[in-house]
Ligand binder design. Structure first.
Ligand code: C2E
Ligand code: MG
Ligand code: MG
Ligand code: MG
Length: 293
């Protein structure tokens, strides 16, 4: 009898799992209509120069507000969009929206910043990726140096030849590239650092370990930083939440930090608080107005 009850409990647990797969079924279906129904939005998280405190980059992150389920995490719906292929349409929409937004900020007179966009493997491996990005840059009239593309290690794995070719083309056009979630895959650091990228983003899991006095992760972080600098790459720490973490990163000359310590990802209107005017009027001793920067 006890065994039977145990079995029943197991069944209850299973029907819970069915709710998850039911939810995924609904979500996968509803995703298709999410763009036209205007349920998707983009939030921006500042990336801060550790030395100067200036914001030169923002990461664009997708948000989905589902009419019944409320906000759905990208960690939940991006994999569904990858399965269904909808990620391709999303990708174009995100890239175009981000470039338009960035151009609008430049035209409003703010000092230009780069915006980083996450690319899934499918998107990055599409035919004529470079051509379609160029098309969007042309349409939106954004300079290529203001766009950064984030790819992960899993995108690189198994596609080394195509990836290297694409990365070189993008670089040639002045587009920036970073490796996201660095250190979470199974590749050796020296293997990953062979790829021609500008920036390495150390995964949040290593940063959160700093506070736990984990000398292992501290050694790893400082090694990544010095290896990257030796190869003229810059390093960003993801998920920086405490002053203690920031102090450690500063000590080892990490270039930039991104995380709740500065700001969570916020809507474009709120992000404007991090932007500064491109031209600041300053008066010199003779009272002549000159322009700085
Ligand atoms: P990611 O690219 O590594 O983005 C960083 C994630 O860390 C974001 O989660 C961000 O909100 C979160 N984060 C930032 N600072 C902190 C912090 O201090 N503490 C903690 N706990 N978290 C922090 P989010 O927005 O939920 O996105 C999750 C993942 O979904 C992203 O990871 C990325 O892989 C994917 N994603 C999001 N937007 C897009 C998109 O437009 N396209 C694609 N292909 N993937 C996306
Ligand atoms: Mg990212
Ligand atoms: Mg990341
Ligand atoms: Mg991630």
């Amino acid at each position: 009898r006890a065994k039977e009850q145990g079995k029943n409990r197991y069944k209850v647990f299973h029907s819970g799992m069915n709710i998850q797969s039911y939810k995924n079924f609904i979500l996968r279906n509803d995703l298709r209509k999410a763009i036209e129904r205007e349920e998707l939005s983009i939030v921006y998280q500042p990336r801060v120069d550790i030395e100067t405190g200036k914001v030169r980059n923002a990461e664009a992150l997708l948000r989905w507000n589902h009419p019944n389920w409320g906000p759905v995490s990208p960690a939940e719906f991006i994999p569904l969009a990858e399965e269904s292929g909808d990620i391709m349409a999303f990708g174009d929409w995100i890239l175009k929206s981000v470039c338009l937004q960035n151009k609008a900020w430049q035209q409003a007179g703010y000092a230009p910043i780069q915006i980083s966009v996450n690319f899934s493997a499918q998107q990055f491996l599409q035919k004529d990726l470079v051509g379609s990005i160029q098309q969007i840059l042309k349409e939106t009239e954004l300079g290529p140096e203001w766009l950064e593309i984030e790819i992960t290690e899993s995108t690189i794995l198994g596609n080394e030849e195509i990836i290297t070719r694409t990365l070189n083309q993008l670089r040639k056009w002045g587009i920036r590239i970073s490796i996201d979630d660095f250190g979470t895959g199974y590749s050796s650091l020296s293997y990953l650092m062979r790829f021609p990228v500008h920036t390495i983003k150390i995964d949040r899991s290593f940063i959160s370990d700093i506070s736990k006095d984990a000398s292992h992760s501290q050694t790893l972080i400082s090694s990544i930083i010095s290896l990257a600098h030796g190869l003229h790459m810059s390093v960003v720490a993801e998920g920086v939440e405490t002053e203690e973490q920031l102090d450690f990163l500063k000590k080892y000359q990490c270039d930039e930090a991104q995380g709740y310590l500065y700001s969570p990802p916020v809507p474009a209107a709120e992000f404007e608080a991090f932007l500064v005017p491109a031209l600041s009027k300053a008066t010199n001793r003779k009272g002549i107005i000159r322009f700085e920067k």
